[in-house]
Design a protein around this ligand. Structure first.
Ligand SMILES: Cc1cc2nc3c(=O)[nH]c(=O)nc-3n(C[C@H](O)[C@H](O)[C@H](O)COP(=O)(O)OP(=O)(O)OC[C@H]3O[C@@H](n4cnc5c(N)ncnc54)[C@H](O)[C@@H]3O)c2cc1C
Ligand code: SF4
Length: 338
């Protein structure tokens, strides 16, 4: 195993101290539970000289969930989120997604902020230094080509695999972000800009896959919020290689509303498939009738169009796309008959 390089550790106690530390150490990285960042440091993927630990900032650890809405501080742990009675009762999709992340050890350490800002993953990238060196690295780090798609011309297809984001996207969640320029609120969906397109220039709202979060320099995610939608039923499920301690091959969040025998609202979001979590667009056109073969065929078509089939994990890309559709169907069916 590679030795951990040295770094300085800064431990702010308040949000103001946290923002100050971000400004004082521009090359520093925010440290949540470290369950992904420390692994990447050990593998030589990143080497920040300073880590800014947010766990001492008390105001970032609160979780509030009731019939009006949900508000989660980003230093709250995944274990606390999964076990929160208000979250489980009113926002089951969020509690279930949190409970599906990694294993108990990672959930006790891992934070909501770290999960939302998780680095993207790929079989050629999440490897030891010597393994990547033997393959001349790849363009997400210091190499010149993408091993998944050698003709990708600067585009990276590494997949976003955080389980919480799709769950929160089905609730139309927003995030509060704080930085040197102040505090702003934006839709969670706008945080993710990994479009992996080479036919469009990289902008603040559309990234090339290597660039996949819209956070500005020195910004930290401080909270995630959502309103309650009366009558919305929601659930999360995922396929993984091992039944525990494992990233999703694909993770699916579904939320729907039923009005008598009619499907009144359908929201479906995926993780583990694209360089960003994907909330399917076009599901509104499937509503207005019963949950029948027409809806399932429509759902399959949307998945085929919007879910990427690149081989970035140990399973073939087309398998991932296939099971994404199957999981979405199963969850929709289960929620409709509840
Ligand atoms: C064996 C194993 C299995 C895993 N399985 C899963 C899985 O099934 N599903 C899954 O989703 N994840 C999985 N993970 C990854 C990880 O454990 C979780 O995603 C966890 O939630 C990361 O949170 P953290 O607080 O530990 O993040 P950290 O490692 O501390 O940080 C991750 C990234 O987020 C940034 N960051 C942290 N907090 C903030 C913030 N508030 N604002 C802005 N940036 C921030 C960091 O700078 C870093 O870039 C697994 C990890 C391991 C080791
Ligand atoms: S998709 Fe390509 S560029 Fe991105 S991490 Fe994998 S091999 Fe590297």
């Amino acid at each position: 195993m590679d030795a951990l390089p040295s770094f300085d550790l800064v431990r702010p106690r308040t949000l103001a101290e946290l923002i100050e530390a971000r400004a004082a150490f521009p090359d520093g990285r925010v440290l949540g539970g470290g369950t992904d960042l420390m692994v990447n440091i050990r593998r030589g993927i990143v080497a920040p000289p300073v880590l800014i630990d947010i766990n001492g900032v008390r105001e970032l650890r609160d979780i509030k969930a009731d019939v009006r809405g949900l508000e989660i501080g980003t230093a709250a742990t995944l274990a606390a989120l999964a076990a929160h009675a208000g979250v489980a009762r009113h926002y089951p999709v969020v509690a279930q997604a949190a409970g599906h992340i990694a294993g108990p050890t990672q959930r006790n350490m891992g934070t909501v902020g770290g999960n939302l800002a998780l680095d993207t993953r790929c079989i050629f990238y999440n490897q030891s230094e010597w393994w990547r060196e033997a393959n001349h690295h790849c363009l997400k780090t210091t190499g010149e080509i993408c091993h998944v798609a050698p003709k990708s011309r600067g585009v990276c297809f590494a997949t976003f695999s955080g389980d919480l984001a799709p769950a929160l996207l089905t609730l139309d969640a927003e995030i509060d972000v704080a930085g040197p320029a102040g505090r702003r609120t934006m839709p969670l969906a706008d945080l993710y800009i990994g479009y992996a397109r080479q036919d469009e220039p990289v902008t603040e709202t559309r990234g090339d896959g290597k660039f996949f979060l819209s956070l500005r320099h020195g910004e930290v995610i401080v909270a995630v919020k959502a309103h309650n939608t009366p009558g919305l039923r929601s659930a999360y499920d995922k396929i993984r290689i091992r039944k525990s301690i494992e990233y999703p091959v694909t993770g699916v969040a579904v939320a729907l509303r039923r009005d008598g025998d009619t499907l009144a609202d359908l929201r479906v979001a995926f993780t583990g498939t694209n360089p960003r979590p994907v909330r399917l667009s076009g599901t509104d056109k499937l509503c207005g009738g019963p949950l029948d073969a027409r809806v399932f065929a429509g759902l399959d078509a949307l998945v085929r169009d919007q879910i990427m089939a690149m081989k970035t994990t140990f399973t073939p890309g087309h398998y991932r796309r296939r099971v994404a559709g199957v999981l979405a169907r199963r969850l929709a069916q289960k929620l409709f008959v509840l």
